[in-house]
Design a protein around this ligand. Structure first.
Ligand code: 3H9
Length: 702
């Protein structure tokens, strides 16, 4: 048929097997193969039924996303799947692994469906900014009803075979070997004289699909997919499934689907999908290098970071020893961990047994001696270079040879810490984001001497604890990647705009409208205004930068307005309530700071706020790329999505820059430089790309 679709007739059953490792993603060749196979089966007199299965670890996991950027080639999905459905012989499919997107849509075109018990079935298209455009919007509601179909598509996560059986998506769960059991099922259907059962002939059950349900789904989409268009397109397509004849509905789905595929939203979401997988590929790293075994972990410090990191490891099945010389602090830390697990059980996220097992993996100790046998230590002590140096020297003396020594610092130079040890090759930064058990980003900071083996180990570990591990370097400036862009770009600009006349609420709202979960000031109040200030001071950033430089933030910190934890920061807070309230006192502080610098307030519009914050990020990102602190632009995008909530559907700052056009960004920044002065110098790489007419994503270092 084609290289990835084969046809074999066993007795009177035609076995159609798909084989496109690793995940049987559907491409042009596969559609052509399926079309040819089912046309042939339709014509053959020696065939009574067909069975569609997949080789390898999974059923078809969906359309080949690479094809979306180049255009979906002929035959299209509609044609190929119509050949399956319109086949005159009964067509059965048996699923294993993950039957997703276009894969499940192929199954919906078959007349009977079965799956092994551990199979997962789903239509995750909305997570890619598209609709199930290979017949899914028209066939799924016909099979399971409109309500269950929308719940499944909006739910994104794949459902179990058991659930699929319950809602009528599959007809049977198979026990044992997929092919043997599926063939037996086909024989059974033939023996029972079961006829062709076309999904397109069915009508949609609309029970429960009422205004209240639709409003509930819209609210859900507004919360989880805010700013995205695909959920609205989906609801329209379901309406079509209910109200239009199948052929008309499917024609409409095709048109809508094609449009969605090339939308900015879908392109951004696809970019993040591939970027998430690309971060693990380190240029120049020998693929033969194996990760070191990590089974036991020591954590230094039982503060917020220490306990969050401990939970992340315990959740992934590693044994954790938390060391804190203060018995009181340790006791408090362990109690907090237990409380976190109690909350997880109360919310039904984990069982009592899982709680005991996970909490049981964490123990506390007062002395470094208990770390003599662990495979990895992560220090999460106070951000103070002298203290950290002492800690590294001590750990080097205690820990076994080969044990990895890691720092969770967010800004300090890990090279200096490594220099305190006799094993600088085993020293690395593991920069977790707070709360460390929840936030998915892990910046893996290589020092000048970190060995490749240790980098590979850190990447594997990140996967094990379900984090997005992005390998970054140490630059000349403050912070690694995320925090450097945050402070030197985004937040600095937001602080500047306060002086110029924008209000705190206006900035936060404009950034929220851009798609972030919250604006910079609500975020700073959460993280601690004092923390930002002390980091700017201790790293010398404040001294190195001419004013204005975080004048409002520093003024608030000086007044003890540390944010939520102290009841006031950029906003004020009622006791026990995290909702921010306007504080007129802050307006006065801002006015005083502006007056000191002779800055006349003016009206700033929301577009300017968004542009200045986001372009400042992009400019700093361009510097990081040119300095080689990250391997590629996509790494920055992953960092900003997972660490700071940059809207996924906008792809991350560097993707967004390419979307807008680097030339336009460069020209706007030049204009900002004229208007606001020195600190808006365009990054040299931005200028080069603007002149070349290229973009960040295609740029590679020489
Ligand atoms: C769709 O079907 C649209 C239709 O409705 C309408 C059409 C008109 N395409 O994740 P992994 C690659 S939308 C291309 O590491 P795992 C992936 O990049 C699609 N490539 O493995 C990686 O490559 P590399 C709906 C794909 O075991 C390799 O396969 N389907 C695709 O952790 C292994 O992937 C989805 O959204 C793809 N669709 O997870 C499912 N999928 O090794 C998307 C994977 O070079 N896929 N690759 O880095 C997944 O969720 C996971 O890959 C899966 C396996 C759960 C299947």
């Amino acid at each position: 048929m084609s290289d990835n679709v084969s046809l074999e007739v066993v007795n009177n059953i035609a076995l159609v097997t798909v084989n496109e490792p690793p995940v049987n993603a559907i491409n042009q060749q596969m559609r052509a193969g399926l079309l040819e196979a089912f046309k042939e089966i339709d014509q053959r007199d020696d065939v009574a039924a067909a069975l569609l299965i997949c080789d390898g670890r999974t059923f078809m996991a969906g359309a080949d996303l690479n094809e979306f950027d180049t255009g979906v080639g002929e035959p299209n999905y509609r044609e190929a799947y119509a050949a399956i459905e319109n086949c005159s012989k009964i067509v059965v499919t048996a699923m294993h692994g993950t039957a997703l997107g276009g894969g499940l849509e192929a199954a919906l075109s078959c007349h009977y469906r079965c799956a092994v018990a551990n199979a997962r079935l789903g239509l995750p298209e909305l997570s890619l900014g598209i609709i199930p455009g290979a017949g899914g919007t028209q066939r799924l509601p016909r099979v399971v009803g409109a309500k269950a179909a929308v719940e499944m598509i909006f739910g994104i996560a794949a459902i179990t075979a058991k659930k699929a059986l319950e809602i009528g998506l599959i007809d049977r769960i198979l026990d044992g070997d997929l092919k043997t059991e599926a063939l037996a099922y086909v024989e059974e259907l033939l023996a029972a004289d079961s006829g062709v059962r076309k999904t397109s002939d069915m009508t949609v059950d609309t029970e429960g699909y009422d205004d209240a349900f639709i409003s509930e789904m819209k609210a859900l989409a507004g919360k989880r997919m805010r700013g995205q268009n695909a959920p609205h397109l989906l609801l329209q397509a379901i309406d079509d499934a209910i109200n239009l004849p199948f052929e008309e509905g499917i024609r409409q789905e095709h048109l809508t689907g094609e449009e969605a595929i090339v939308s900015d939203e879908a392109r951004g979401l696809r970019h993040v999908f591939f970027a998430e997988r690309e971060i693990g590929r380190i240029p120049g790293l020998d693929k033969a290098i194996e990760a070191l075994p990590i089974k036991t972990v020591g954590i230094l410090g039982s503060g917020t970071m220490g306990i969050g990191i401990s939970i992340a490891f315990a959740d992934a099945g590693l044994d954790v020893t938390i060391v804190d010389p203060s018995a009181e602090a340790l006791e408090r830390g362990l109690a907090l961990i237990e409380e976190t697990y109690n909350q997880s059980t109360a919310k039904g996220r984990i069982s009592e047994a899982q709680k005991s097992e996970r909490f049981g993996r964490i123990s506390g100790a007062a002395s470094y001696d208990s770390l003599s046998n662990v495979d990895l230590v992560i220090e999460a002590v106070f951000e103070d270079m002298d203290l950290k140096k002492k800690v590294f020297a001590e750990l080097d003396g205690v820990c076994k040879p080969g044990a990895i020594l890691a720092s969770n610092t967010s800004t300090l130079d890990i090279n200096e810490m490594a220099a305190m040890t006799k094993r600088p090759e085993s020293v690395i930064g593991l920069h977790f984001f707070s709360p460390a058990n929840i936030m998915k980003l892990l910046e893996i900071v290589r020092t000048d001497k970190t060995s490749s083996e240790v980098v590979v180990t850190a990447l594997k570990l990140a996967k094990q604890i379900r984090k997005m591990g992005v390998v970054v370097g140490i630059g000349s400036e403050f912070g690694f990647v995320g925090n450097r862009m945050l402070t030197m770009g985004y937040m600095r600009e937001a602080d500047q705009m306060l002086l110029e006349g924008a209000s705190i609420e206006q900035i936060d709202q404009a950034i929220y409208e851009f798609g972030f979960p919250m604006g910079p000031w609500a975020m700073n109040d959460m993280a601690g205004v004092d923390i930002l200030n002390s980091v700017l001071e201790s790293t010398g950033a404040t001294a190195a930068n001419p004013k204005p430089f975080f004048n409002v933030s520093r003024a608030l910190a000086a007044l003890g307005r540390a944010g939520q934890k102290s009841g006031s920061g950029f906003y004020k807070y009622e006791p026990g309530d995290r909702r921010p309230h306007h504080d007129p006192l802050v307006d006065d502080i801002i006015k005083q700071e502006a007056a000191k610098l002779n800055i006349e307030p003016r009206k700033i519009d929301d577009d300017e706020i968004q542009q200045r914050c986001i372009y400042a990020l992009i400019n700093e990102g361009a510097k990081l790329l040119a300095e080689g602190i990250v391997y590629r632009a996509a790494d920055i995008d992953v960092i900003w999505h997972y660490g700071y909530g940059f809207p996924r559907y906008k792809g991350g700052p560097m993707f967004y820059a390419d979307l807008i056009g680097v030339k336009e960004i460069y020209e706007t920044i030049c204009h900002f430089q004229d208007q606001f002065g020195h600190y808006w110098t365009p990054a040299p790489l931005l200028e080069i790309l603007a002149k070349d007419g290229t973009g960040f994503l295609e740029w590679t270092p020489d």
